[in-house]
Write a protein that binds this ligand. Structure first.
Ligand code: PLP
Length: 373
């Protein structure tokens, strides 16, 4: 028996199924991370990431670590001890933002929303009006723990009116739902490679605009993490576009993962960003109809649902863990467990990137139907 696990179909909260072309790119021979040909590939990745994020920000790149490192990059660089940060929490990942703020010596102002609901801009406005010292507004665009989409534009508008920067988590959003970093005026944004980009886990695309960079340059304390210090990382990722970087050694880049990211971004570009968003929406409709036909209920209101993450109520009398185990063992199909307020009460069915296709939906609906019977 092989030491390696079986081939699964990944329809949980991520990682998602990886396209064979991306896996092939990953398997290419490694070259030096300062080899001019690799440097040229990094330049292409930056351009493709700008396309995916809809931004012209020169400081757009992939942090060599998972989405959590993208999050820490934003907080570590943009926030200084004593800064007040409005943290909007409507699920697990907003809570993680709060952890970052407190661990880095920031002063959190917490705005909590019920799990399964979106961040309410009216409450954000109230909070900003009540405290003029708030310097940063942090929120999650696509909350993977609940399958809820919050609308970034009105929140970013309010932040700007109140002279605050925004830090936005779109780990699950990028490539799957509308995102317009420049059009919406988002200042610091992080994502992940393993969700709707259908790439290998372990990279975190990030982008920072001029306002964010100005805040970093004006810091009075050094960035507390050497690895995540953007002023150093920039020297590795930026240069040929006249952004002042030296293309100097900072850390050994995960060369093969960058090959994979490049391939997944090329595929996104070829499909077209808007087409990818539409495919996710269309596949979500199909899945939702099929689930409802099986008598299953989607928990999140359709107006704020993420197409790529479906929160499904577990029917009465079903043993959650045993059900998911059977899907995994009999059908090699992974769906996600509920988290936090939804633990044991809901499943999370992902339709992310390469997983958002007809065959997967048929497999998933068929497996659920047989297992429920
Ligand atoms: N933010 C959100 C919304 C996520 O869904 C995740 C991962 O699931 C993360 C952050 C953390 O990303 P990673 O697990 O790649 O560190």
């Amino acid at each position: 028996m092989s030491d390696y696990p079986a081939v699964r179909t990944l329809m949980g909260p991520g990682p998602s199924d990886i396209h064979p072309r991306v896996l092939q790119a990953l398997a290419r021979p490694t070259i030096g991370h300062l080899d001019p040909q690799f440097v040229a590939l990094m330049d292409k990745v930056k351009v493709l990431l700008r396309y995916a994020f809809k931004t012209e920000n020169p400081l757009t790149m992939a942090v060599s670590a998972p989405g959590s490192a993208g999050m820490e990059t934003c907080f570590t660089n943009l926030m200084e001890p004593g800064d007040k940060v409005l943290v909007c929490i409507n699920g697990v990942f907003g809570k993680r933002m709060l952890e970052n703020v407190t661990r880095l010596g920031g002063i959190p102002v917490v705005l909590e929303f019920p799990w399964g609901e979106a961040v309410d801009p009216a409450k954000v406005e109230q909070a900003l009006k009540a405290d003029s010292e708030i310097a940063i507004v942090a929120f999650v665009h696509a909350e993977t723990s609940t399958g809820v989409c919050s609308d970034p534009k009105p929140i970013a508008d309010l932040a700007r009116q109140h002279d605050c920067l925004t830090i936005v988590d779109t780990v699950t959003g990028l490539g799957g739902i509308e995102l317009d970093v420049d059009g919406w005026g988002l200042d610091a944004v992080y994502s992940g490679s393993q969700k709707c980009l259908s790439c290998v886990p372990g990279l975190s695309p990030v982008t920072f605009n001029d306002r964010a960079i100005a805040k970093i340059k004006a810091r009075t304390h050094p960035v507390p993490s050497w690895f995540l210090d953007l002023t150093l990382v920039m020297d590795y990722w930026l240069d040929s576009e006249g952004t002042g970087g030296k293309r100097a050694y900072h850390h050994t880049a995960p060369v093969n993962s960058i090959y994979a990211l490049h391939e997944s971004l090329v595929m996104l570009k070829n499909e077209g960003l808007e087409n990818s968003w539409q495919r996710h929406a269309a596949m979500h409709q199909k899945l939702a109809q099929g689930l409802e036909a099986l008598g299953l209920e989607l928990i999140v209101d359709s107006s704020i649902r993420l197409p790529q993450l479906n929160l499904v109520k577990i029917p009465e009398g079903i043993d959650d863990a045993a059900f998911r185990k059977q899907l995994l063992e009999k059908y090699n199909l992974e769906i996600g467990a509920g988290l936090g307020a939804f633990a044991g009460k809901a499943w999370r069915i992902g339709l992310m990137g390469y997983a958002a296709r007809e065959e997967n939906i048929q497999l998933c609906l068929g497996a659920i139907k047989e297992t429920l019977a």
